[in-house]
Design a protein around this ligand. Structure first.
Ligand code: PMP
Length: 406
């Protein structure tokens, strides 16, 4: 078929399509994945560290034992056995849940989409940290929501900022549908909400009747001991919790979950059935076996040891090479560091020069709904070796220094 750059379908699209911007990260992929480029733009966990032979045997066993079932349809909520095993995983973070309250999804990303469909009408207000996860922005914007950012610092979301945001909405005569937050090893900022602030945020939410959606893919990806317990471990009511096996096992399996109160769970089930009928049976069975037959906690330690070394390489190189005026976060876990350029510099404008120098990062603007983030950038440390990270930062520092002199 011949390609055309003109879109013959303009005028037919639903209005929500116009709010769907191309992700800056996806747009970057083709250039950043060239072999000569050191990409600090990625977000993939390092799946090459998985024991492939052992997984191969596990998949073979799975197919011979329960292949017919795993390759068929399953209930929309997902397998009971896996939901029970996941409750065991949640218990490690102090979350008490029953298998009945979990809805399995095609990654936490689908959980975000289902929640957006379930809660958001066009124009509805969502509160979120600034910056926030680009995929959540995508899901909320596709639902034509109005995302309002709240300020964060090195200790995570600032409670007084949440109070102010809520007061400003009250003055407008508006209410937020929910607060979307990533309290632990935030993507992209790499910061973690402190113990005290967790309690404060929950108290504010309760006082204002504000629903909290807690997105928690990174709690177990920690380098300096366990982080504070999730919000959902502290409050069963008023918090909807999203989890995923993407970071502890394999993102390509696409398995996540939403832990929600029964009434919300029922709505999510209707939404999931309309969307995908049921989650992948093969993926569910593989995840169940990972959690019950394999040394999965040992595997998480393997990831964490590797990421810790790479995080240290990134922090060390930033300290060694970056010019005065550049600042960055120091994450205790997760996959990302958030860096702020010296005053007057623009991470988006700088990107073509960085790519020319064979280093890639994600400019900050994609992580805000309001055009903020021009001085900021996200740097990933999970996909490259420590040596490559060091070389990438050396190149990037040259570009930053060049921009300061412009
Ligand atoms: N939420 C956050 C904060 C994430 O960083 C990611 C993955 N990058 C997701 C959700 C989506 O995860 P999944 O692979 O489970 O869809």
């Amino acid at each position: 078929m011949s390609g055309t750059t003109l879109d013959d379908y303009t005028g037919r699209y639903a209005s929500r399509v116009h709010g769907m911007a191309q992700s800056e990260i996806r747009a970057l992929f083709s250039v950043a994945s060239r072999p000569e480029v050191v990409s600090l733009a990625g977000g993939n966990p390092y799946t090459a560290a998985l024991p492939m032979d052992e997984l191969g045997e596990m998949f073979t066993r799975l197919l011979s034992q329960v292949g017919a079932e795993a390759l068929g349809y399953c209930p929309g909520q997902g397998s009971v056995a896996l939901r029970e095993a996941l409750c065991g995983v949640l218990e490690l973070s102090g979350i008490r849940a029953s298998a009945d309250d979990l809805v399995l999804t095609t990654g936490a990303q689908q959980g975000l989409d289902l929640l957006a469909r379930t809660f958001l009408d066009p124009g509805d207000i969502v509160l979120a940290e600034g910056p926030t996860y680009v995929g959540a922005l995508g899901a909320f914007q596709a639902a034509q929501a109005d995302v309002r950012h709240l300020p964060m610092d090195d200790d995570g979301l600032i409670p007084a900022g949440l109070e102010e945001g809520l007061a400003a909405l009250e003055r407008e005569g508006r209410q937020a549908k929910f607060l979307y937050t990533i309290p632990t090893y935030q993507n992209p900022a790499g910061v973690t909400l402190t113990e005290e602030r967790r309690e404060e945020i929950l108290a504010i939410a309760e006082r204002h009747g504000l629903l909290v959606i807690e997105d928690d893919p990174y709690s177990m990806i920690n380098f300096e001991g366990a982080p504070p317990a999730p919000l959902r471990a502290r409050a069963e009511r008023g918090v909807i919790y999203l989890g995923t096996v993407s970071k502890i096992f394999a993102a390509g399996l696409r398995l996540g979950w939403v832990l929600a109160p029964p009434a919300v769970r029922d709505k999510l089930l209707l939404a999931i059935e309309a969307s995908i009928l049921c989650p992948s049976g093969l993926t569910q069975e593989a995840t169940l076996r990972f959690l019950t037959e394999m040394e999965w906690r040992q595997q998480v330690k393997v990831f964490n040891t590797l990421y810790r070394e790479r995080r240290d390489a990134l922090l060390g190189a930033l300290g060694d090479y970056m010019p005065e005026g550049m600042t960055w976060t120091r994450p205790g876990g997760g996959l990302f560091i958030w860096a702020t350029l010296p005053e007057g510099l623009d991470s988006k404008a700088m990107l073509p020069r960085a790519l020319q120098e064979r280093v890639a990062y994600v400019p900050g603007t994609g992580f805000y709904a309001d055009g903020n983030g021009r001085r900021e950038m996200r740097l990933n440390f999970s996909t490259q070796t420590s040596e490559a990270i060091r070389e990438g930062v050396r190149r990037l520092a040259g570009v930053v220094a060049g921009d300061i002199d412009l």
